[in-house]
Design a protein around this ligand. Structure first.
Ligand code: SF4
Length: 531
């Protein structure tokens, strides 16, 4: 999972160098990026359509958005101001922490690594625009495509600088763009948007996965695309001046004064030219993936865990969705405990369990206690690499003895993944005097890996895959465990299709290379020392 932002500012002046007509566009983008911080904390970056020394102006680095951009001199911000800007907060799912794996990525026409031989005369070189990309998601066949690109015959070969699927998609798109725009049949006869549609169709037929991406094409414009199943989110909005902003979540649009327009549709490509022309088309796919016609399958985990509770997903405020899930969860608790006198209070595991906990407490008519506090700025432990997770856990929560001592508590959390966080938290709650503890989750047990951008690809990392209900209860040290099921989620999601792969093992795409991907990622993590 990552957070992406793309900002387009209208201009009445020619903008071939991508210079913004308005100052402070870079600061605006950084502000929006901070509102997506919960989606990734490994690195942050910004790429401007402004060109300097033959490259897009870029600022990126490891850490939180504030760490990368605070203290940046005013002149550097001015240099970043561009008519189009791309921003990214990274959650590491492929490739290690090396600088080469930090988005945004760019492929410039003078880049000698790019398709040696394919740009071997100066006139073709001039026709090949530089490009930049940010994306959110995972490409399942990344490792085999990388091998294919790097092992191709001379003249066709492309070397990737890092190990990130965003860079791979950029290189593939750029090579398709070169072929389509340089073809004698098509050059000068097709509009850039038609060429972009063809390239995006070719790209999405080549890569398998869940992804949303934003691309800058030098002197051409901004492109937004969401995978054919719409697994990863992408929305856009406008401000009063008609500027446009794309984002992973609506909260970032709202934060910089943009009005949410709509979600980018699964398989839809949107193009905004530097002159402000706005075009969109939903691409037709030929059933190359699993089903024909392709059904939308947005990630259910966005609504349960990943998205900000202040964002809108699928037409509903996430906070409200989570409260509704909590109310359904309360019914499960009541079903089991018909003569209800088992609990004195409900306590949420902050922060993502909070809204569901309110729903549970409301429905069971129980008081809410703030038994657990989250230390501010501690980030999300789930999206931390394993070797940092244990230490972060200890610094993440404060258990309040005054609120929990002598009480029979029903704890509410969003989901059960590895179980390590909960086990140590429950131990701490008991140590501080909680009398009895049960756990309720607003999600079904996560039993299978995710291949589309959430970093639990190996099923043996998942508690519910390894243990029975009773074994999990014993392992966690609680009296009872409650979960929602797929049907409950579908009801709350108003019957709309979603991806439930990690719960049901029914994934939207074929996953021909799923096992190989999971193994390679595990091997990569072990080399990097990430457990
Ligand atoms: S497998 Fe699970 S986490 Fe991954 S995209 Fe599907 S629902 Fe989301």
């Amino acid at each position: 999972m990552c957070g992406i932002i793309g900002l387009f500012e209208k201009s009445s002046v020619s903008s071939h160098n991508g210079v913004s007509p308005n100052h402070n566009s870079a600061k605006k983008l950084v502000k929006a990026l901070k509102l997506l911080q919960h989606r990734g904390q490994d690195a942050a970056g910004l790429l401007s359509s402004r060109i300097k020394n033959d490259h897009f102006v870029v600022k990126k680095g490891p850490g939180f958005v504030s760490e990368v951009f605070s203290g940046l001199p005013e002149k550097d911000f001015c240099e970043l101001d561009g008519q189009i800007l791309l921003g990214h907060t990274r959650y590491e799912t492929v490739g290690g922490p090396s600088e080469l794996n930090i988005p945004p990525f760019q492929a410039v026409h003078s880049d000698t690594n790019f398709s040696e031989g394919a740009v071997n005369n100066s006139s073709e070189k001039e026709k090949t625009p530089s490009m930049g990309i940010v994306h959110n998601g995972n490409i399942v066949n990344y490792f085999s495509l990388k091998e294919e690109l790097e092992g191709a015959s001379e003249g066709q070969r492309t070397f990737l600088k890092g190990q990130n699927d965003g860079e791979l998609m950029l290189r593939l798109f750029q090579s398709f763009f070169m072929e389509e725009s340089h073809s004698p049949k098509t050059f000068n006869r097709r509009s850039p948007f038609l060429i972009i549609q063809t390239c995006m169709r070719r790209l999405s037929e080549k890569v398998e996965g869940g992804y949303a991406l934003l691309l800058i094409i030098e002197d051409v414009g901004l492109v937004a695309f969401r995978d054919p199943y719409g697994i990863r989110p992408l929305v856009y909005g406008k401000d009063k001046k008609g500027h446009i902003c794309f984002s992973s979540e609506t909260i970032a649009l709202e934060g910089i004064g943009y009005q949410f327009e709509r979600e980018v549709r699964p398989g839809e490509v949107i193009f905004i030219g530097f002159n402000g022309t706005f075009k969109s088309a939903k691409l037709a796919f030929s059933g190359y993936q699993k089903k024909d016609p392709i059904k939308e399958a947005p990630c259910m985990f966005e609504r349960i865990y990943f998205a900000s509770s202040k964002s809108q997903v699928q037409g509903a405020l996430v906070k409200n969705t989570r409260r509704r899930l909590g109310r359904v969860l309360a019914e499960k608790v009541l079903e089991k405990n018909k003569f209800f006198d088992h609990y004195d209070a409900v306590s949420a595991i902050p922060e993502t369990g909070l809204d569901a906990a309110y729903g549970v407490a409301e429905c069971l008519k129980l008081p809410m206690v703030e038994g657990i506090l989250k230390v501010q700025k501690s980030g999300r432990t789930f999206i931390l690499p394993g070797n940092k997770r244990g230490t972060a856990l200890k610094q993440k929560f404060i258990v309040r003895e005054s609120e929990i001592k002598g009480k029979r508590l029903l704890l509410v959390d969003d989901s059960l993944v590895r179980g390590a966080t909960l086990k140590s938290l429950i131990f701490e709650l008991k140590k501080k005097g909680a009398k009895e503890l049960s756990l309720a989750f607003s999600c079904p047990p996560i039993q299978f890996g995710c291949f589309y951008g959430v970093d639990f690809p190996e099923k043996n990392e998942l508690l519910a895959n390894q243990k029975s209900h009773q074994e999990m209860t014993t392992f966690l040290g609680v009296n009872d465990l409650f979960f929602l099921n797929e049907g409950d989620l579908l009801n709350v999601f108003d019957g709309r299709d979603h991806c439930f792969g990690c719960v049901t093992k029914k994934y939207p795409t074929k996953l021909k290379e799923g096992i190989a991907f999971a193994r390679k990622r595990t091997a990569e993590k072990s080399i990097l020392g990430i457990v």
